[in-house]
Design a protein around this ligand. Structure first.
Ligand code: GDP
Ligand code: MG
Length: 244
């Protein structure tokens, strides 16, 4: 199984060396950093791993968003014959030690595995204040209720794994959202296509250093997403009936 861990970066010089080094140790696979023209030392640090032959970088011209960073990364990997695609943050919020648990789930026959902070009514988050936690929990409740996918406990998690088949089935060209909403939309579309989605427990650690890229626009996009998907569904339904 050819594994690709995709790590999107925007100014992650304080974090990138550690995460790349640890991922290389933990699994037998490659890393693709998708960088949006970071103005700090991120790119130089990534290039310092060149001699491993396992770390690649996709350089984009400007900060174009997390969703399209992943979509460009998926396309890069699909064109090169990778079988398994991980999403992982650069800021050491995700512990590479958990990577193997995802692979085990894939071997059980799942198409997508999402690392969840909230499995079995627990909260596995280190370093968040109450407000941040409340926002994440409310966001998950809101989206999962409106979209009718309450079986999933952590729709916005950015630590996950997809098979190549899953990525080919979803229809990546339909995916529109770019921030947190991107993660929600991907689970929704996978589930809708009948792909098998599993959750595994993870512990989320607040970023090691540097700044969060979260913004008001990213939150607004996530609030609107369920309505967009509901309208899209209705539209597809009406069109299907017309064609019959
Ligand atoms: N390439 C790229 N990476 C991004 C962008 N926005 C966020 N990221 C990366 O996505 C990951 C998650 O973002 P982060 O700011 O940590 O979000 P938070 O954990 O919710 O605060 C980090 O690795 C960021 O560097 C973007 O527009 N482009
Ligand atoms: Mg983060």
């Amino acid at each position: 199984m050819k594994i690709l861990v995709i790590i999107p970066t925007y100014n992650e010089e304080t974090n990138i060396k550690k995460i790349v080094g640890r991922v290389l140790e933990v699994i037998d696979g490659d890393i693709l950093v998708v960088d949006d023209n970071s103005i700090d030392a991120t790119k130089t640090i990534v290039k310092s791993f060149n001699d491993t032959g396992r770390v690649f970088m996709l350089e984009r011209p400007s900060k174009l968003g997390l969703g399209t960073a992943y979509i460009n990364g998926f396309e890069w990997g699909l064109n090169r014959g990778y079988d398994l695609f991980f999403e992982m943050d650069a800021d050491n919020s995700h512990d590479p030690a958990a990577l193997r648990a995802f692979i085990e789930k894939i071997k059980e026959g799942y198409d997508i595995v999402v690392g969840s902070r909230y499995l079995n009514h627990t909260i596995s988050v280190v370093g968040w204040d109450f407000e941040r936690l409340l926002m994440s929990k409310f966001g998950n409740w809101y989206a999962s209720t409106l979209l009718g996918i309450k079986q999933f406990t952590d729709l916005t998690s950015g630590y996950r794994c997809y098979t190549d088949q899953a990525l080919k089935t979803i229809g990546l060209d339909r995916v529109r959202s770019n921030g947190y909403a991107f993660q929600i939309e991907m689970v929704y579309r996978c589930n809708k296509k009948g792909l098998r989605v599993a959750e595994v427990p993870i512990i989320f650690y607040e970023r090691g250093g540097g700044l969060s890229k979260m913004s008001g626009n990213i939150v607004k996009e996530a609030v609107l997403l369920p309505f967009k998907l509901i309208v899209e569904n209705l539209w597809l339904h009406i069109n299907n009936r017309r064609q019959r």
